[in-house]
Design a protein around this ligand. Structure first.
Ligand SMILES: *[C@@H]1O[C@H](CO)[C@@H](O)[C@H](O)[C@H]1NC(C)=O
Ligand SMILES: *[C@@H]1O[C@H](CO)[C@@H](O)[C@H](O)[C@H]1NC(C)=O
Ligand SMILES: *[C@@H]1O[C@H](CO)[C@@H](O)[C@H](O)[C@H]1NC(C)=O
Length: 675
C-alpha cells in the first residue's frame, strides 16, 4: 500500500466509524443539541414521577411499585425512541478493524485511538440497544434482569457504562494534557492538514468530518446520560436506595463532559479547513477537464504571406502583430489551415523543418515540428498523416523568405474561448442554497454550474439537485459580448484566482463571472439566514468579490507558469499552487514540449459537491467558493472551483440539563420495599 492509499484508508476508517450517525441526523433534521435538550427535560419530568402525590389508598404495595416502574419505563421508551431515530449502526467498525489488522500496517497513534473510540462507541451503542429491547419487553422480564442492567449502567466497574463514557471522554479531552497529548479531534485535524490527499479522496472538508465526529460523540453522551438516569430511577423503585445525590452527580459529570467536549470541538472546528476541491482523477477524460482552444496557438508562416506586398524585406521578429495576406506560390501555406485571426510575436527558429500535421478533428495544427538544426517542438515520433518538409527560400534579390514560428489568435468562430457572464443563482425564493459547483463547457462557452438544495432548520439541507446551465451561442443575435459572455483575447486573457467566503450568518446562493478591467473575475452571492428556522432573507443578498487589481497599492499578484506542458501529461500529482488574490493568464503551452499547440491552464470540470453518506439523503451547507490553480513546475495545470463548507463552530455548544429535581413528597409517598 502506498503512503497515500494508507492515509486515505485511515480516514476512510474515520468516516466509517463516525459518519453514519450524523447522516441519520440529516435525515431526521434533528441535531444533538436539540436531542440533548429533549432528553434532559424528559429525565427531569421522569424524576417528577417520584414527586407527584401518589394516588394511593393506604400502604404501598407491589402494584404501586409496578405502576411506578411502568411509568418510568414508558418515559424511558419515549427517550429511547428519540435516540433511536439518531441511532448509529457501527457494526461495520469491527470488520474494518479486522481488515486493518490483517493488512499489518504499523498503526499510528491516531489509528489506535480511532480503534479504541470505535470500540467504546460500539459498546455503548450495544448496551443502548439492549436497554431498548428490555423496555419493549418489560412485561415479560423478571425484575432482576432489569435491576441487573440498571446496576451495570451505574456501576463503578471500569467496564461498566460510566467507565466507558469516561474513556470516550478521555480520548476527546485527555485528562493529563502533557502525558497523553492531544485529543482525538485535534489529532484528526493535524492529520488532515498535513496533506491534502485525504480531502481529495473523501470529498469532505476536514471541518465537516470533525463536525460529524463531534455529533457522534455527543449523541453517545446523551444515550449514556439517559441510561444512567433511568437506571437510578429504577433502582430507587426497587428499593435499593434514595440515589437523589447520585443522580445529581451523574448530571453534573455529564454537564462537565459535554461542556468540555463542545469546547474541544469548537477549537478543532475553528482551526480546521473548510475548503473542498477535486484533485487529479485517475484518468483524465472529457468528463474531468475541458480546454480553451486557439487562443494563442503556435503557427508556422512564411514572412512573404504576412505583409500585403508579398515581400521578404524584414525578419520574423518584425512581425509582432499582423495577419495572413495570402498564400504565395501555394507552398506550405496551402497545406495548412491558415490563421484567420491575428498573428502575434513571430520569431525565427531555423530555416528548414519537418512538420507533422495534426488530424483534421483536432484543435491542434501540428503534432510536432523538427528543425534541421536539431531543435524539436512537441513530442517527435511517427506521424500518421505524414510529415511535410518545409524549407525557407532565397529570392533573386538575396532576401530570405523565412518560415517564422508565430502565435495565432484564431478567429472567434473557430476558437473556443468564451466565458459566460450570466449570473448563476440558487432558487432562493424556494429557500434553496448552493450545495455544489462545477465549471462546464457547453458548446464553445464555459459556464459555472451549481447544485442546489433546500435549506431547513439548524443548518441542514435537504437533498440537492444539479441545475443545468443554459447553453447559448455567442454568435447568436442578441447575445452580447461583455454582457452575456467574455472572449479571451491576447490582451484580455487573465483570470482572477480568489477564495471568497460569506460574512458570518450568510450562506452561498450563487456565483458569476464579471469583468474587472481586462480580468475575468469570480464572484459569489451570499444570503443571510436564520439558523434556527433555516429561513433565507433573499432581499438582503449581496455579491461578494475581491476587487483588488494588479494596479493597486498592494497589487494582485500573477501566478507564473514555467514552460507549461499539457497538465494531462504530468506524472507528478498536481497540487494547488495558487493563493487568494492572485491571477493567471491563459497562454499557449510550451514551445519545446508541445509546439505551443494548446491553451493552458486546462479547466477542471469535475463537480465539487461535498460528499454525504452513501445511502442517505441530504447535502452540505456552503458559505463560500473560489477559483484556484492546481499545477506543478513544467505543467500548465488546471483551473478549478473549490467550495467552502459552512462554519458550524459557533453553533456547537453544550447546554447543561435542567437540574431541579422536585423531591418534596418523597418521604410521605414513597416507601422503598424491603426485599
Ligand atoms: C385516585 O384513584 C382513584 C381510583 O383509581 C380515582 O377515582 C381518583 O380520582 C384518583 N385521585 C386522584 C387525585 O387522581
Ligand atoms: C430566528 O427565528 C426564530 C424563530 O422565528 C426567532 O425566534 C429568532 O429571533 C430568529 N433569529 C434571528 C437572528 O433573527
Ligand atoms: C433523598 O435524599 C435527599 C437529599 O439527600 C433528601 O432530601 C430526601 O429526603 C431523601 N429521600 C428519601 C426518601 O430518603
Amino acid at each position: 500500500m502506498s503512503v497515500r492509499r494508507l492515509r486515505s484508508f485511515r480516514v476512510l476508517l474515520v468516516v466509517l466509524v463516525f459518519a453514519n450517525t450524523s447522516r441519520a441526523l440529516v435525515d431526521e433534521v434533528l441535531d444533538v443539541l436539540k436531542l440533548g435538550k429533549e432528553v434532559g427535560e424528559e429525565v427531569l419530568n421522569s424524576w417528577d414521577v417520584f414527586g407527584k402525590p401518589f394516588n394511593a389508598t393506604g400502604g404501598v404495595d407491589l402494584p404501586v411499585v409496578r405502576r411506578r416502574e411502568r411509568e418510568i419505563m414508558a418515559r424511558l421508551a419515549v427517550v429511547s425512541r428519540s435516540i433511536e431515530k439518531l441511532e448509529i449502526s457501527v457494526q461495520k467498525v469491527g470488520d474494518i478493524a479486522l481488515f486493518l489488522a490483517k493488512k499489518g500496517n504499523k498503526p499510528t497513534r491516531l489509528e489506535l485511538r480511532l480503534h479504541e473510540m470505535s470500540d467504546l462507541l460500539n459498546r455503548v451503542a450495544w448496551s443502548n440497544r439492549q436497554m431498548r429491547e428490555y423496555v419493549g419487553q418489560q412485561e415479560n422480564l423478571e425484575r432482576s434482569t432489569l435491576q441487573d442492567f440498571a446496576e451495570w449502567c451505574v456501576s463503578h466497574d471500569p467496564g461498566a457504562l460510566p467507565g466507558l463514557l469516561e474513556r470516550v471522554h478521555a480520548l476527546v479531552v485527555p485528562p493529563h494534557k502533557n502525558l497523553l497529548g492531544r485529543g482525538l479531534l485535534q489529532l484528526i485535524m493535524d492529520d488532515l492538514t498535513e496533506e491534502d490527499s485525504d480531502v481529495c479522496d473523501l470529498q469532505m472538508s476536514p471541518h465537516q468530518l470533525i463536525y460529524d465526529m463531534y455529533n457522534t460523540i455527543a449523541l453517545t453522551e446523551i444515550k449514556g446520560y439517559a441510561m444512567m438516569q433511568f437506571s437510578w430511577m429504577l433502582l430507587r423503585i426497587y428499593g435499593r436506595g434514595n440515589f437523589t445525590q447520585e443522580a445529581s452527580l451523574t448530571r453534573q459529570r455529564y454537564s462537565e463532559r459535554t461542556g468540555q467536549t463542545a469546547t474541544a470541538a469548537r477549537a478543532a472546528l475553528a482551526m480546521s479547513k473548510r475548503d473542498l476541491y477535486r484533485c487529479d482523477p485517475p484518468v483524465h477524460t472529457s468528463a474531468t477537464y475541458a480546454e480553451v482552444t486557439r487562443l494563442l496557438q503556435g503557427y508556422v508562416e512564411n514572412e512573404v504571406d504576412m505583409n500585403g506586398d508579398a515581400t521578404c524585406k524584414e525578419n520574423c521578429a518584425f512581425y509582432t502583430l499582423t495577419e495572413n495576406h495570402g498564400c504565395y506560390m501555394e507552398q506550405f501555406c496551402y497545406k495548412q489551415d491558415k490563421c484567420r485571426g491575428r498573428i502575434i510575436d513571430c520569431q525565427y527558429l531555423d530555416s528548414d523543418m519537418w512538420v507533422c500535421p495534426a488530424s483534421r478533428h483536432s484543435q491542434r495544427r501540428y503534432e510536432w515540428i523538427e528543425y534541421e538544426n536539431g531543435r524539436t517542438l512537441g513530442r517527435v515520433g511517427s506521424c500518421r498523416l505524414g510529415a511535410t518538409k518545409v524549407d525557407s527560400w532565397w529570392r533573386w534579390t538575396l532576401t530570405h523568405c523565412s518560415y517564422c514560428f508565430c502565435l495565432c489568435e484564431d478567429e472567434a468562430s473557430v476558437a473556443e474561448r468564451f466565458f459566460s457572464l450570466r449570473e448563476v443563482l440558487a432558487d432562493i425564493n424556494e429557500n434553496k442554497v448552493v450545495t455544489g459547483m462545477r465549471l462546464v463547457k457547453l458548446g464553445k462557452v464555459f459556464h459555472i454550474q451549481i447544485y442546489q438544495g433546500k435549506l431547513v432548520e439548524r443548518g441542514f439541507v435537504e437533498s440537492s439537485e444539479e441545475v443545468l446551465a443554459q447553453a447559448f451561442d455567442p454568435e447568436q443575435a442578441g447575445v452580447l459580448e461583455g454582457v452575456d459572455y467574455h472572449t479571451l483575447t491576447y490582451e484580455r486573457r487573465a483570470i482572477d484566482l480568489d477564495e471568497l467566503d460569506s460574512p458570518s450568518g450568510h450562506v452561498l446562493t450563487g456565483a458569476r463571472f464579471r469583468m474587472i478591467g481586462a480580468h475575468l473575475h469570480f464572484e459569489i452571492r451570499a444570503t443571510p439566514f436564520n439558523y434556527t428556522t433555516g429561513k433565507l432573507h433573499p432581499e438582503k443578498s449581496q455579491w461578494i468579490s475581491n476587487d483588488n487589481t494588479e494596479g493597486s497599492h498592494t497589487p494582485r499578484t500573477r501566478l507564473e507558469l514555467y514552460k507549461p506542458d499539457l497538465p494531462t501529461r504530468s506524472h507528478a500529482a498536481l497540487r494547488i499552487d495558487s493563493q487568494h488574490d492572485q491571477y493567471i493568464e491563459f497562454t499557449h503551452s510550451d514551445f519545446d514540449a508541445d509546439a505551443a499547440q494548446s491553451t493552458v491552464p486546462f479547466i477542471d470540470v469535475q463537480p465539487v459537491v461535498p460528499s454525504k453518506a452513501l445511502n442517505t439523503k441530504g447535502a452540505t451547507l456552503l458559505s463560500g467558493a473560489g477559483l484556484y490553480h492546481r499545477g506543478a513546475r513544467g505543467s500548465g495545470g488546471f483551473i478549478g472551483v473549490k467550495v467552502i463548507t459552512y462554519d458550524y463552530s459557533k453553533h456547537v455548544k453544550a447546554e447543561p440539563p435542567p437540574s431541579e429535581f422536585v423531591d418534596e413528597s418523597e418521604t410521605t409517598e414513597f416507601v422503598p420495599i424491603v426485599n
